[in-house]
Design a protein around this ligand. Structure first.
Ligand SMILES: *Cc1c(COP(=O)(O)O)cnc(C)c1O
Length: 456
């Protein structure tokens, strides 16, 4: 396996240039600090995107709140805003500290995107935003809306649904992106086609079909499902493709979470400043959701926020892309990894080049998590906090442990003069999904995790 050549270098050449790659290609857990991260001011000056882009997306979602409230009554309690609560998880923190014999200085919170309305995963942020933006553009272009100042409740009318029935939306997905795009797209009236990769769970396909979405099942991985979907959509001028690898709108939809989190933390009187650092641990698939949220958080908190992304040991696509500097030109499969993981939402063998390049200046680092650890944390979180997450959503949980336990983590704290301030730190593990998982599947995950725990 280890003989393929990537960008005219053998795996051995790559590993001698970047020794950490050896651990990564052996599918062992790592913690990596990003050597290319810049001070926020410098990074912001270089970036093609800015706070204005985040605020523009935020304003668009605010315009659509009047519509979402009508067609998706589960958004009524938040007035049509798709947002999730944060929960402090002290019991789980104790469990982590005891299990890994490491103390987590500061407080540990969970961002509950498993409870997001409409779709119950983090994709509800980016994907729904992109579909709404496309709908807005069509409505303005064809005179259905005269200006963005109109009341967007009209999007719930039959007149609008009949109009959108003339248009198609397509997407390629490991499952969750399709759920978000399909649910909102179909409700607005679009003709939606979802291309599912081999990981996609049967219940996700059934769910979408029950909502009138066309589901095409591919026997191939995510990257190939996206490629096929993109090709088919391209030949039809009425079809719009939500492109997880390249979409700026998807990315901007995610960034808005930062403005909302800022309000939530201040409501709870949680300070974030030079003496009160914020650490955020984000599960990473193609990179859009952790990238967008990190970008937004950096605009809000600058150097006071430290964002780490988390990938499965068998699918560290963003990590390999950044370490080698080859971004989306390399796949984990080029490095002899099989790309298989229980964390289906993270099963993306090739990262987004666009996100990797924009975020390289902003990410603090990354780590990988073994599937057994994912299983164990899934059942532990149920035992400790009665919180039910899907496997991908657990990846953020060991982040704080790794920060305090690894040499690389300790060096990061020392280099940033944070060691003495950590008692004031806030750690947030971003829980990216879970509430839609059928009970039989969750029971199975739980039992598997219990057995893993018993092995220790
Ligand atoms: C998609 C997904 C992620 C990762 O988001 P990317 O934009 O692919 O990096 C994390 N968790 C869950 C549950 C997901 O569905």
């Amino acid at each position: 396996m280890k003989t393929s050549s990537i960008s005219r270098k053998s795996i051995a050449d790559w590993e001698s240039r970047f020794p950490l790659l050896k651990t990564i290609t052996s599918a062992d857990e790592v913690f990596w600090v990003n050597p290319n991260k810049e001070d926020f001011k410098k990074a912001a000056a270089k970036s093609p995107l800015s706070k204005a882009d985040v605020d523009d997306a935020d304003a668009r979602l605010a315009r659509f709140a009047a519509y979402l409230k009508i067609d998706f009554p589960d958004t009524a309690p938040t007035n049509g805003i798709i947002e999730s609560p944060i929960t402090e998880i002290s019991s789980m923190k104790n469990y982590l500290e005891q299990t890994f014999k490491t103390s987590i200085e500061g407080n540990l919170w969970l961002k509950r995107d498993d409870l997001l309305p409409i779709a119950g995963t983090i994709k509800a942020r980016g994907a729904i935003y992109e579909v709404l933006k496309h709908a807005e553009e069509l409505a303005l272009k064809h005179g259905m809306l005269s200006s963005i100042d109109e009341d967007y409740a009209v999007f719930a009318s039959d007149r609008f649904k009949n109009f959108f029935a003339n248009y198609k939306i397509a997407v390629g997905t490991t499952g969750n992106l399709g759920i978000s795009v399909g649910t909102v797209g179909a409700k607005l009236g679009f003709d939606v086609t979802v291309h599912m990769s081999v990981e996609a769970k049967q219940w996700k396909k059934d769910f979408l079909r029950s909502r009138g979405v066309t589901v095409i099942e591919h026997e191939s991985d995510f990257t190939q499902a996206v490629t096929k979907g993109r090709q088919q959509s391209k030949i039809d001028p009425t079809s719009y493709f939500v492109d997880d690898e390249h979409s700026l709108d998807l990315f901007l939809g995610y960034t808005v979470a930062a403005n909302r989190l800022k309000d939530q933390l201040s409501e709870k009187n949680i300070l974030v400043d030079a003496d009160h650092p914020l650490f955020v641990y984000l599960p990473c698939g193609i990179g859009g959701s952790p990238g967008g949220i990190t970008f937004g958080l950096k605009q809000v908190y600058g150097d006071h926020v430290h964002c780490f992304f988390a990938e499965p040991t068998h699918v560290p696509s963003m990590l390999i892309g950044l370490i080698t500097g080859e971004y989306d030109k390399v796949s984990v499969k080029d490095f002899g990894l099989d790309g298989l993981t229980v964390a289906d939402g993270l099963a993306v063998p090739r990262t987004s080049g666009f996100v990797a390049k924009v975020l390289e200046d902003f990410f603090s680092g990354a780590y990988t998590i073994d599937d057994h650890m994912t299983d164990q944390l899934l059942s532990a979180l149920i035992d400790q906090e009665q919180i039910f997450l899907e496997p991908a959503a657990l990846a953020g949980l060991p982040g704080a442990i790794r920060l305090f336990q690894t040499d690389a983590g300790k060096e990061y704290l020392a280099a940033n003069h944070l060691t003495a301030k950590m008692a004031n730190a806030t750690h947030i593990a971003w829980a990216t999904g879970g509430s839609m998982v059928p009970k039989e599947d969750m029971d199975r995950f739980y039992e598997k995790g219990r057995q893993t725990v018993n092995l220790h």
